[in-house]
Design a protein around this ligand. Structure first.
Ligand code: NAD
Length: 373
């Protein structure tokens, strides 16, 4: 069996497997084809890939000769003309938003696995690319804020006077939010946190942050751990509480997302208008519209007194470790679809295989995606 590693579009610095991952596949008698320069932006050179036993080749050859194709971003229509008829493609394809693309891939007979659809169960943790990448984004969001803020994060008592610690608000205490709390606390900030899932209150408090309470949230326990859309009354109460904290904040980091939907607006103009001069927002939900009314994805916007940095790909600013963790997640997942003799063996009784598989046998097979067709 041959696995191909594709070079990502130029806007992406990560790669789906780094050289140290190749050895594991070689031990399983799997041939690895790597597109020239696939890892160069992640500091993994072609020579490192070949030292580990990968064969370097052109994109066309990788597409034509691989049984499993690995890429983080979707391959192009042009690429599709070269791919083997029954190839498996595995990456992060956001099928709940990209279902036109997914239908096309089904029509071409591809078997598609989208790692962002992996059920968030305990067994899945070692394959969970959303977690490994969000962890980096949360960490980098705080470092970016500390670099941009015209103030200190920690409290200081010096001969030249006292400095109060920075006030940081974090909206959304999922994987990125929790890492942002831990990082901001390590830098000495005072941190307040809001999430619609009351279940995260304990985790937030155990990291030393204060949880902003809003009563009346809808029960999200049946939504696989994700947030659900809330009632209008709740949203109003929530906005009032967020407004109070935002008016005093130096930094706000927003991470709130709802799978398959536009990100909720948590900071409308009325709240942005009340924020302090020189305050800063890092919006990690910018790819799905952002949590403020003024966010622009991959852009820095100055709105009145506030700087808003929209970036959903902060993991890409740390491509070495981001690729190392992403690749390890992929290696772990691949073991689920390998048979004993190193061939592809899909077991749809396995909830992780079933939940992640999007197209198979010429059809869209994923229940969550089919609901949208
Ligand atoms: P996410 O990126 O989808 O969302 C980030 C956070 O924003 C979530 O905590 C969500 O509740 C919150 N949010 C959504 N709407 C909001 C609003 N209007 N106001 C404030 N906050 C809002 O989340 P994620 O980090 O991918 O985590 C999703 C879930 O999966 C969590 O329950 C997490 O604990 C769980 N999880 C499980 C595993 C596992 O067991 N394998 C691994 C990672 C995460």
């Amino acid at each position: 069996m041959t696995i191909g590693i594709l070079r990502e579009p130029t806007s992406e610095s990560r790669v789906s497997l780094i050289p140290e991952h190749i050895a594991v596949l070689k031990k399983q008698n799997i041939h690895v084809l790597a597109e020239h320069n696939c890892g160069s932006l992640a500091f993994a050179s072609d020579s490192l890939y070949s030292e580990q036993g990968a064969e370097l080749s052109s994109r066309e050859n990788v597409l034509k000769n691989s049984d499993i194709l690995l890429s983080i971003h979707p391959i192009s229509n042009e690429d599709l003309n070269h791919v083997k008829k029954d190839a498996v493609v595995l990456g992060v394809y956001n099928p709940l938003a990209n279902f036109e693309l997914i239908k096309e891939w089904a029509g071409k007979g591809l078997t598609t696995f989208s790692m962002d659809m992996l059920p968030r169960t305990t067994r899945a943790q070692s394959m969970d690319i959303l977690s490994s990448q969000a962890n980096i984004a949360g960490y980098k969001a705080v470092l970016l804020a500390a670099m941009q803020l015209p103030k200190y994060f920690p409290m200081f008592m010096t001969a030249a006077g006292s400095i109060a610690p920075a006030k940081v608000m974090i909206l959304g205490a999922g994987v990125a939010g929790l890492q942002a709390i831990a990082t901001a606390k390590r830098l000495g900030a005072v941190v307040e946190v809001f999430d619609t899932r009351p279940a995260v209150k304990e985790e937030v408090m155990s990291l030393g942050a204060k949880f902003i309470e809003v009563e009346g949230a809808l029960d999200a326990s049946k939504a696989g751990g994700y947030a659900v859309d809330q009632t209008e009354e709740y949203k109003q109460k929530q906005q009032q509480r967020i407004a109070e904290v935002a008016a005093k904040a130096d930094v706000i980091i927003t991470t709130a997302q709802i799978p398959g939907k536009k990100a909720p607006i948590l900071l409308p103009d009325s709240i942005l208008d009340s924020m302090k001069t020189g305050s800063l927002i890092i919006d990690l939900a910018s790819a799905t519209g952002g949590n403020t009314t003024q966010t622009k994805d991959r852009e820095t916007v100055v709105y009145k007194n506030v700087t808003i940095i929209g970036n959903s790909n902060l993991q890409g600013t740390m491509p070495s470790d981001a690729s190392k963790l992403y690749g390890k997640n992929i290696l772990n997942f691949l073991q689920l679809i390998f048979g004993a003799e190193g061939q592809i063996n899909l077991n749809f009784e396995d909830d992780l295989v079933k939940g992640t598989c999007i197209t198979y046998n010429g059809e869209v097979c994923n229940a969550r995606v089919k609901e949208l067709l």
